[in-house]
Design a protein around this ligand. Structure first.
Ligand SMILES: [Fe+2]
Length: 186
């Protein structure tokens, strides 16, 4: 039984993806130059988009019912927030004032999501009676296809596009002049 748990090929595939993106997050923190940081962000966005797609298309539907609605719905919402930030970062060239902050927040969000998946969802999922080898094969094939052809646009891309650059209200608010306030009497 224990051997089966650790040898689950679909879970191993997801964990390997997690380790790769966490390494990219660490490399981003350590990178000193703008081109180096932008390059790491681009690589991380591709990894995250492909990973989210194979989870949402294949892994999540296969385990949703036995794992339970609460855990799975929370994972969906974490994907949604991440995909919104990914879509915004995709539309940026890396020179923007909030580019690094946006990626930091994405990294924090994804690290938290990984912790929940590895701590809660995956241990439950791998107990499900399923042909995980067949699922892993499907996930690998889909992953290769997406890496070769690119991930098709998702709803969050359309949301960011529809905002025509006006969606990021907090970043725009940061450009506001400070309010005029009376000097404090000492
Ligand atoms: Fe996920």
């Amino acid at each position: 039984m224990f051997e089966f748990l650790t040898a689950n090929p679909a879970v191993a595939l997801l964990k390997a993806d997690h380790d790769r993106v966490k390494e990219l997050f660490d490399r981003f923190e350590a990178a000193k130059t703008r081109p180096a940081r932008v390059k790491i962000v681009r690589a991380a966005l591709v990894e995250l988009k492909v990973h989210a797609a194979i989870e949402e298309e294949l892994f999540y539907p296969a385990v949703r019912k036995p794992v339970g609605k609460d855990i799975m719905n929370e994972a969906d919402e974490e994907h949604h927030v991440a995909k919104l930030l990914i879509a915004e970062l995709d539309a940026m060239d890396g020179t923007e004032d909030h580019f690094d902050a946006k990626f930091h927040v994405l990294a924090e969000n994804v690290r938290h999501h990984i912790q929940e998946e590895e701590g809660e969802m995956l241990p439950k999922a791998q107990k499900v009676k399923l042909d995980f080898a067949a699922l892993a094969d499907k996930m690998t094939a889909r992953k290769e296809k997406l890496l070769a052809s690119g991930v098709p646009p998702v709803g969050e891309d359309a949301m960011v596009k529809a905002s025509r650059g006006k969606g990021d209200s907090s970043a725009r608010a940061a450009k506001r002049k400070p309010p005029k306030l009376p000097k404090r009497r000492s």
